[in-house]
Design a protein around this ligand. Structure first.
Ligand code: ADP
Length: 185
């Protein structure tokens, strides 16, 4: 059976970490728009130079650019039997575009629930350790505002497909909560 999962949650909720583990456990590709955009920046491609300053400011790349990237990625053979989308959709426009791209685009939407004070602390710590260019305090605040304004409405948009999972705790504990919630869904 095709497993089509979306992972939603604020920046710093642990989406990237959990997405890789869930995708591995379910044998579906982990498709992260943030990773694809960072790779484009690192390569110095045309796309990379278009998005670099927007990402560094903590703002969202335009829906049309991101939808085009996802469209191309979902057309690949490995996504036919399912996928785990991480960081997409992030706006209502992207969510509507996804519904137009794939029939039955969404099976389950996992929302990682972490309070904003906790995510700010995590992101500041990651800034010290990894030096990601969008992990400074001002950009972190901006990314959280953008999440609240543009992405959190998706929880209502997806309604009954949503499973909310507590994202606070050890990586393995959060993973088991997600796998148990998915198994029941
Ligand atoms: P985080 O969830 O920690 O903010 P991501 O790796 O998902 O990190 O995204 C990093 C940045 O990449 C975002 O702040 C945004 O600029 C850009 N980005 C990623 N996915 C999208 C998307 N679906 N739509 C628009 N911009 C995106």
């Amino acid at each position: 059976m095709a497993r089509r999962i979306l992972l939603l949650g604020p920046p710093g909720a642990g989406k990237g970490t959990q997405a890789a583990l869930i995708a591995n456990a379910l044998h579906v590709p982990h498709i992260s728009t943030g990773d694809m955009l960072r790779a484009a920046v690192a390569e110095g491609s045309d796309l990379g130079s278009q998005v670099e300053s927007v990402m560094a400011a903590g703002d969202l790349v335009s829906d049309s650019l991101v939808v085009a990237i996802v469209d191309e990625r979902l057309a690949k053979e490995d996504a036919r039997c399912g996928y785990l989308l991480d960081g997409f959709p992030r706006t209502l426009g992207q969510a509507e575009a996804l519904n137009d791209l794939v029939i039955d685009a969404i099976g389950t939407v996992v929302v990682l629930d972490v309070a904003s004070e906790v995510v700010v602390q995590r992101l500041l710590k990651r800034a010290e350790e990894e030096g990601r260019s969008d992990d400074n305090e001002e950009t972190i605040r901006r990314r959280l505002e953008v999440y609240e304004a543009d992405t959190s409405p998706l929880v209502n948009f997806y309604g009954a497909a949503v499973l909310t999972v507590d994202g606070v705790g050890a990586v393995d504990d959060v993973l088991s909560r997600i796998m148990i919630a998915l198994a029941k869904s």
